[in-house]
Design a binder for this molecule. Structure first.
Ligand code: AMP
Length: 399
């Protein structure tokens, strides 16, 4: 952050969209902790902080009488924990841009923190409404966006609001800067060889990503459910494995494109197949191109693990998006675990590794390997779109 915060009121868009239990207690505060460096930096440099965030989808979860379920979706739930983490009281405004928000932000002194009510209580937020954004902008002297997870949405508090701050009065927060810098390490002039590992359920979710990756990776590993659409397209028998029939032509095109570009494309040679989509199903290992009718590939097999591991160990840059199997079920987590370990090992040997934009983040976290890879993105859909090469509205509005 390059702005001078002394005696300024800084409007900061954070992502406090944390999971709450039935008693509205925070069950995972990762996102709140993620925003602390930016908040503390501004406070330590003489600024006052006005925080705005969404929490849940309140307009999609109205009460039976059609009114907002304020009790469930109020950001007031965050105040006690945030005050504790910051070691100072956090004030709360029960409206987002109304009289209370205006009065409390006007009275705010350097070193003080004000949290505004849920931006998504108004439909103006998701509509990217100008008037709402202008009112938000009126509360602060400077704007900082630290909510990378919503940077792909052109909402009022993530995008439109930035248009009301001139250059030199707006910036990215540390968390957002970090996400962008790390993604750019694989997207722009990466250390080579660059190996991308793409998995997850469906080809259709990852078409843009695959098309883009083929343009610049050295090795492309395809695992997970989506691999079977490729294997079927090449003439293999995949039994009852997940296949998107309408994507087999696309799969063949991608295979051809990889050939033309000299990209080494790896599919799982063997699979762990199951008699049903269930943790207690009967299982066996077999060739991925010869899966019997009634059986389905739910994980990559031991030969695939060796081949994938070998490719990963040679990489200097690694991008991983999507699990290698149905890792949520223990019997089908082996492949994902082995790949996570291979990525961790390559990282230890000096490769740069980024895990992001899909369930592989959950997998790496579940396996306790988050701090053994270079960077784990918190961005979800936003990271996927960034990797696909899209210009995210929340980033563009600040640049
Ligand atoms: P994504 O969000 O795109 O990373 O996809 C993750 C989902 O893909 C997880 O819920 C996995 O269970 C699922 N998945 C991975 N491999 C397979 C497979 N072989 N068959 C069906 N689903 C799979």
């Amino acid at each position: 952050m390059k702005l001078s915060f002394q005696d300024k009121k800084v409007l900061v868009r954070v992502d406090f969209n944390v999971p709450l239990n039935a008693s509205n207690q925070i069950t995972d505060d990762t996102r709140i902790r993620g925003a602390l460096p930016t908040i503390k930096y501004i406070l330590d440099h003489g600024g006052a902080v006005i925080l705005m965030s969404h929490l849940g989808r309140p307009l999609k979860k109205l009460l039976p009488d059609g009114s907002l379920d304020v009790k469930k979706h109020t950001l007031a739930h965050i105040v006690p924990h945030l005050s504790e983490l910051l070691g100072r009281p956090v004030q709360f405004s029960a409206d987002t841009v109304g009289e209370e928000a205006v009065a409390k932000s006007r009275a705010l002194q350097p070193g003080q923190v004000l949290l505004l009510e849920n931006t998504r209580f108004s439909k103006a937020e998701e509509a990217g409404d100008e008037d709402f954004a202008k009112k938000l902008a009126g509360l602060g002297d400077l704007y900082v966006n630290d909510a990378f997870g919503t940077a792909h949405r052109a909402h009022a508090s993530t995008t439109t609001v930035a248009n009301y701050f001139a250059d030199g009065k707006k910036d990215f927060g540390f968390l957002m800067e970090n996400e962008i810098t790390n993604a750019n390490k694989v997207l722009h002039d990466p250390a080579r060889p660059l190996c991308a590992i793409v998995g997850g359920a469906k080809v259709s979710d990852k078409i843009l990503l695959l098309e883009r990756l083929i343009d610049f990776v050295d090795t492309l590993i395809i695992g997970g459910g989506m691999a079977y659409t490729f294997i079927k397209a090449k003439g293999g028998n995949v039994g009852n494995s997940l296949v998107e029939e309408d994507k087999t032509d696309l799969a063949l095109q991608l295979i051809q494109k990889a050939k033309d570009k000299g990209v080494s494309l790896l599919l799982p040679e063997d699979s762990k197949v199951a008699s049903a989509f269930a943790a207690d199903a009967e299982t066996k290992v077999g060739d991925s191109t010869d899966i019997p009718a009634g059986w389905m590939g739910l994980d990559i097999g031991p030969k695939a693990i060796v081949a994938f591991r070998n490719a990963i160990s040679q990489a200097q840059s690694i991008l991983w998006n999507g699990p290698m199997g149905v890792f949520e079920m223990e019997p089908f987590a082996t492949g994902t675990k082995a790949i996570a370990e291979a990525v961790a090992m390559a990282t230890e040997k000096g490769a740069f590794s980024l895990v992001g934009g899909g369930d592989s983040v959950a997998a790496v976290t579940q396996m306790g390997l988050s701090d053994k890879v270079s960077f784990v993105s918190t961005g979800g859909g936003a990271m996927l779109e960034y990797l696909e090469g899209k210009e995210l509205p929340g980033i563009k509005a600040i640049k």
